[in-house]
Design a protein. Structure first.
Length: 219
């Protein structure tokens, strides 16, 4: 915490009065000038709650465009030779988030066109989410709570029995708390009440509207 630092009240007040440009400069200075620039590199990150379609649509869009597809959780598991569940058990949530940010930072150096599927909670980690927004064209895959729930059940990540009303209430609460964070993404693709093919068309259209039909880089 910063409350014990003698200069913290001054810094806090200066930040409260700062312009967006000044805040950006301060963030760059505090990160050691190593923040990735928001460039025209064809890099896309998909955000949204579990069941939004990030992995399914991300992989299909990458295949259609000839880009590389990466699932951030799988990358973390590969780099650490541990499953996400094992990482949480050994290091806890704080340790997982630290590894998540490190993996994301390495992916910002990926040389070719890339579509990245992230975890649903990445937006709740301010530094990691800020890095994501700076380095990737971020797209929120938005869906109704009922669709999130049904897709998660279909994926086998949620028991088909139990208190459905309680689970829905919790999901709605999580979505409500994260919606303002998801809404920071410069693009949104609605995946509610439409076939997968239409979802895919909308996603690739959003990517091509930003980057054009970017050709994949040769290996």
């Amino acid at each position: 915490r910063h409350d014990g630092l003698p200069d913290w009240p001054v810094v806090r007040d200066l930040l409260a009065q700062a312009s967006p440009a000044q805040i950006a400069a301060a963030k760059d200075a505090l990160s050691g000038g190593s923040r990735p620039e928001s460039s025209n590199r064809p890099r896309v990150a998909l955000i949204g709650l579990r069941g939004a379609g990030k992995s399914t649509l991300g992989k299909l869009a990458a295949e259609r465009l000839g880009w590389t597809f990466v699932e951030l959780n799988a990358e973390i598991e590969r780099e650490n030779a541990l499953s996400v569940q094992e990482i949480f058990a050994i290091y806890g949530q704080e340790g997982y988030r630290r590894l998540e940010q490190a993996a994301l930072r390495r992916l910002t150096e990926h040389p070719g066109p890339l579509i990245l599927a992230t975890s649903g909670g990445i937006v709740a980690e301010p530094l990691t989410y800020d890095l994501l927004l700076q380095a990737f064209y971020t797209i929120w895959l938005r869906a109704r709570p009922e669709e999130h729930m049904s897709r998660v059940r279909e994926q086998g990540h949620l028991a088909t029995t139990g208190d459905h009303a309680s689970a829905m209430q919790e999901l709605r609460a999580v979505l409500a708390s994260r919606e303002p964070l998801y809404a920071r993404a410069p693009a949104t693709v609605d995946t509610s009440n439409i076939p997968v093919q239409t979802m895919l068309d909308r996603l690739t259209a959003a990517i091509e509207a930003r980057f054009g039909q970017a050709a994949p880089l040769a290996d």
